[in-house]
Design a protein around this ligand. Structure first.
Ligand code: PAF
Length: 283
């Protein structure tokens, strides 16, 4: 596996691969890799000749009171894991390389970024869309692979690609879970052992909603109230939001109708750790 930290070298390497007729897939990450990331790399490998994983904790997608400084970082470990999963090139730029002191340009995607995560993290998607667009221009991929765990991010990236005419196919892969259902996330390492046990309530509440829907419940306020009851039965848990919305527009439903492609998503604080999760359902 080749490790590259300069943008010009990454662009030249991507150009060379393209000239040889090779297809490129990129897997953008913020590092501290887990099995969820490695699954993305494997899927990238099945879909392209050259897999580039990027490793950059992007400061512009963190709010001023968020966990940018304490976000877990272990580049040596990431290098081993990325290589073991079949990454061909690991792009690891510095902050100065990505955002030199005279940096001025940001991408704002309207409407779909002001709901759900965007309500609680108002500058998050501006930073995430900007860095993803930069990574696309730097790695020049044919394909980019993202995880369904960040459901809203996946929708925002698809919109970015469509609106700005990036010639890139977006693949979104299912959420990888621990055996007890907790969605894999680099942030899970913040949890104490009690919090780790209680964190399974996110997935349990999504499963509860699914069961209630399967049994005929159609009122979103009823579903949200049952989910909230279950989550707040855990002493460490508090709900930022629970949303039952259209999986394409993110517009919230009040009542579910047959055929609705529905995203049930939530953000819950377990102690001081903010976790997100979601499921997709067709009613
Ligand atoms: O999903 C993430 O880890 C990040 O938001 C991404 C896409 C790597 C951009 O920094």
């Amino acid at each position: 596996m080749k490790i590259i930290s300069a943008i010009t070298e990454m662009q030249r390497t991507a150009d060379e691969a393209r000239l040889l007729g090779k297809s490129i897939a990129v897997v953008p990450t913020m590092g501290y890799l887990h099995d969820g990331h490695l699954a993305l790399v494997r899927i990238a490998k099945q879909n392209a000749d050259v897999v580039i994983a990027t490793l950059f904790v992007n400061p512009t997608q963190f709010g001023p009171t968020e966990d940018f400084n304490k976000y877990p970082r272990d580049v040596e470990r990431d290098i081993k894991l990325a290589e073991s999963a079949g990454t061909d090139i690991l792009f690891v730029p510095s902050r100065e390389e990505m955002y030199p002191t005279d940096y001025l340009t940001y991408i704002v995607i309207e409407k779909i970024t002001s709901v759900l995560e965007g309500k609680f993290r108002p500058t998050h998607f501006r930073g995430a869309a900007t860095v993803v667009a930069k990574l696309f221009n730097i790695t020049k991929p044919h394909i980019a692979v993202f995880g369904q765990k960040d459901a809203q991010q996946a929708i925002v990236i698809r919109q970015l690609v469509k609106d700005l005419n990036f010639d890139i196919k977006i693949i979104v892969t299912p959420t990888m879970r621990e055996q007890d259902g907790l969605a894999m996330s680099s942030r899970n390492m913040y949890l104490s052992s009690t919090e780790r046990k209680e964190s399974t309530v996110l997935y349990q509440s999504l499963q509860l909603a699914k069961r209630l829907i399967d049994n005929g419940e159609r009122s979103c306020s009823k579903l949200i109230s049952e989910m909230t009851k279950l989550i707040t039965s855990k002493s460490s848990a508090s709900v930022d939001y629970i949303s039952i919305a259209s999986a394409s527009t993110l517009q919230e439903f009040s009542n579910l109708e047959t055929g609705d492609n529905t995203l049930i998503s939530l953000a819950v604080r377990i102690g001081s750790t903010r976790l997100i999760d979601n499921i997709l359902l067709t009613i």
